[in-house]
Design a protein around this ligand. Structure first.
Ligand code: NAD
Ligand code: MLT
Ligand code: K
Ligand code: MN
Length: 352
């Protein structure tokens, strides 16, 4: 029996609705496999935990997480009780950084039965490699003065190491896909980091003569994600550009509620973390209508990462069977609940 030890952190808001749903799905798929078992340990780290303890996770939180094969997280953020930058940096971003999860994988594709908001969508299938350790997300800076003289300075940080790592990851992945890498830049407006980004991209691309490349300014690229998503295969982007692009990718798929993500530790020193692109969705929390597919597709990415690609493939097939039959939550224009979508997926897994 192969045992996978997974730390689950539902977090805030709908994270607490979609994580339990996806865990049930994972348990069902383990039964289908027969030789696989998940051992989940749940941690209540969240904004409410912060109110009680003054921190998003205990001091030895990372120490505890180290033991696991993977971390399965929902969403972090309840801005009514804790400012977002405190909650995100105290849990989600802290884990990404400390566990050297330097690559954030975020696929987007046309899904069976899910209507894209695009009037005439072609069959697209792309993946954004979001640099996940530095860039615009930095703690270098500060504020000075008060009132009308107040100044805030936030420095973006781009190292050759991390930039090259994200790009090589993109090229390696493209060589297993459709052999095309697009670099998201903004070297017409950002005068140090982005020309540097472009140079590293040119250098790395020399090692991959069989991969077609292009470089697009992020503004134009954002527009192309809407007008021609089918032209993209792998896109490599800085932390912030990748964050924004992947909400657009989610939107053109049909809903942010279905977009998955994986924070990958590439050096094998720490577990990777799996959490969907969406946040805690305070506007729909408690209504039972959160789309569980983002979290379930994220579970598929966790299966892939843990060496169970075939199961992952089966799971996404079943999900697309369910979406193809129009069993969908309200964000996708139908009236099914989180529970109904989840149970239908489990039911079909059990029938495999
Ligand atoms: N990775 C994360 O944990 C993460 C990601 C994004 C935002 N956040 C946090 O979440 C909170 C809310 O942020 P936001 O409103 O900008 O983004 P959000 O993704 O939570 O919500 C944006 C919109 O998408 C909808 N939505 C999101 N997920 C959905 C789902 N599964 N099913 C149906 N509809 C869904 C919401 O109802 C809302 O209308 C903030 O505290 C923010 O910092 C966390
Ligand atoms: O800014 C972030 O990385 C948090 C959230 O928006 C995400 O996409 O994971
Ligand atoms: K999330
Ligand atoms: Mn985001």
């Amino acid at each position: 029996m192969k045992i996978l030890k997974i730390a689950s952190i539902p977090g805030d808001g709908i994270g607490r609705e979609v994580v339990p749903a996806a865990i049930k799905v994972l348990e069902a798929i383990a039964d289908v496999h027969g030789g696989l078992k998940f051992e989940f340990v749940e941690y209540p780290w969240s904004c409410e935990y912060y109110l009680e303890h003054g921190a998003m996770m205990p001091e030895d939180g990372l120490e505890r997480l180290k033991e696991f094969d993977g971390i399965f997280l929902g969403a972090v953020g309840n801005p009514k009780i804790v400012p977002d930058h405190i909650s995100l940096w105290g849990l989600l971003i802290k884990i990404r950084r400390e566990f050297e999860q330097t690559i954030n994988l975020r696929p987007a594709k046309m899904m069976n039965g899910i209507r894209s908001p695009l009037a005439n969508p072609k069959d697209f299938d792309l993946i954004v490699i979001r640099e996940n350790s530095e860039g615009e997300y930095s703690t270098v800076g500060g504020t000075i003065y008060q009132g009308e003289d107040e100044i805030a300075i936030q420095n973006a940080v781009f190292s050759r190491k991390a930039t090259e790592r994200a790009m090589r990851y993109a090229f390696d992945l493209a060589s297993k896909r459709r052999s095309r890498v697009t670099s998201a830049t903004k070297s017409n407006g950002i005068v140090y980091s982005m020309p540097f980004w472009d140079n590293v991209f040119k250098d790395v691309s020399k090692d991959y003569p069989d991969i077609q490349t292009d470089s697009q300014h992020i503004d134009a690229l954002a527009a192309f994600f809407v007008t021609q998503p089918e032209r993209f295969d792998v896109i490599v982007a800085s932390n912030l550009f990748g964050d924004i692009l992947t909400d657009i990718g989610a939107a053109v798929m049909g809903s942010i509620g279905i977009a998955p993500a994986a924070n990958i530790n590439v050096n094998g020193k720490y577990p990777s973390m799996f959490e969907p692109v969406h946040g805690s969705a305070p506007d729909i929390v408690g209504k039972g209508i959160a789309n569980p597919i983002g979290q379930i597709w994220t579970a598929k990415m966790m299966l892939d990462h843990l060496g169970e690609e075939e199961l992952g493939h089966q799971l996404l097939d079943v999900v697309e069977g369910v979406t193809g039959d129009g069993i969908l939550t309200p964000d996708l224009g139908v009236r099914n609940t989180t529970k109904e979508v989840t149970e239908e997926i489990i039911h079909r897994l059990q029938a495999l």
